[in-house]
Design a binder for this molecule. Structure first.
Ligand code: HEM
Length: 305
């Protein structure tokens, strides 16, 4: 019975209910563009983590930027396309990959996967004919982190002019075995947000088209950073931001220099997993990470039957 399905499957079902099922596309972040580049670690990174990602030389990366929702033809300037996503596959020297899957929300609207499922179910039940207060209005009323988190996002003028945040905590382990809880950040050279009226006027695919066009003029860079948790910071609740004065350590520079010619075909074959890590990087005690791993695999198997 549906109610006995594991929560990772329940969330994907709830996404399919809200966005519809679109053959070959992701249950969420369906619309995206794939690009390529390289990552060069900083000298400080190796002090925090023994991962080869942070100790070796430059390595190749595959990056997918995306709009939110499971709607593959959503206009990029729509408010529903926020938060935008960035998924990075670091191709490590030993032939394995490490992934990060991050977005433009500074913190998550809900604390757990079960709450995310309930948020999607509330959206599904709150169509134009729903009685007031709608299920969604009730959910928002009892979860103040939803409007607070959504207040941190806007439409960027380019995928290259947006900051992306990991939201879930991970743990870096160095050569001495010392552990440090962190949250990923990927920071652009500059953030440029559009006001809503401007975003509404943009062409439906303006973000997907702009990045490959920009790359013909030259590369785009991001600074990959770790925000360090201090004693008492929650590592299990992605809806609780850590104070802004927490130390940020630069882990390296990500350079994007190439569009992928057959992006639409390539993105179907790609699976980014927040828990696909490497020695020296571990999952925190946040149970959402394992549930995300399960949900992304379920969505992948549905889009590649
Ligand atoms: C319980 C929490 C979550 C669930 C169940 C969930 C579920 C999903 C699913 C099913 C997909 C489609 C995966 C695929 O077909 O490959 C997806 C994609 C994505 N999600 Fe989540 N998600 C969760 C939380 C988050 C968080 C916290 C972030 C970012 C901070 C995030 C960012 C993304 C991005 C960027 C993608 C697109 C990945 C790609 O380009 O392949 N999600 N999510």
């Amino acid at each position: 019975r549906a109610q006995d399905a594991p929560v990772e499957e329940q969330v994907v079902n709830a996404m399919n209910k809200v966005f519809g099922v679109h053959a070959g596309f992701r249950a969420n972040h369906a619309k995206g563009v794939v690009v390529e580049g390289k990552f060069k670690p900083s000298a400080e990174a190796a002090g925090l983590s023994r991962a080869s990602l942070f100790s070796g030389g430059e390595i190749p990366v595959t990056v997918r930027f995306s709009d939110s929702t499971g709607v593959p033809n959503l206009p990029d300037g729509s408010g529903d396309a926020n938060p935008h996503g960035m998924a990075v596959k670091f191709h490590l020297a030993d032939g394995s990959d490490m992934d990060i899957v991050i977005n433009s929300l500074k913190f998550f609207p809900v604390s757990t996967a079960a709450e995310l499922r309930d948020l999607f179910l509330a959206i599904a039940d709150s169509g134009p004919d729903a009685a007031k207060p709608t299920k969604l209005e009730q959910f928002i009323g009892s979860h103040p982190s939803v409007p607070a988190a959504l207040g941190t996002i806007a439409t960027p003028d380019s995928f290259a002019d947006e900051a992306y945040f990991g939201v879930n905590a991970f743990v870096l382990v160095n050569k001495a075995g010392e552990k440090q809880a962190i949250r990923w950040q990927m920071l652009p050279e500059k953030v440029v947000h559009l006001d809503k009226a401007d975003a509404d006027k943009r062409a439906p695919d303006f973000l997907m088209a702009e990045l490959p066009a920009r790359l013909k003029q030259g590369p785009v860079t991001f600074r990959f950073k770790a925000q360090l948790a201090a004693a008492g910071d929650s590592t299990s609740d992605p809806a609780k931001p850590w104070p802004d004065d927490r130390k940020l350590v630069e882990l390296g520079v990500l350079t994007i220099d190439k569009a992928v010619a057959d992006s639409d075909a390539v993105q179907k074959t790609l699976l980014f997993l927040p828990g696909q890590l490497t020695d020296g990087v571990e999952q925190s005690d946040d149970p959402m990470i394992d549930i995300r791993n399960g949900a992304y695999a379920i969505s992948f198997s549905r889009r590649n039957p």
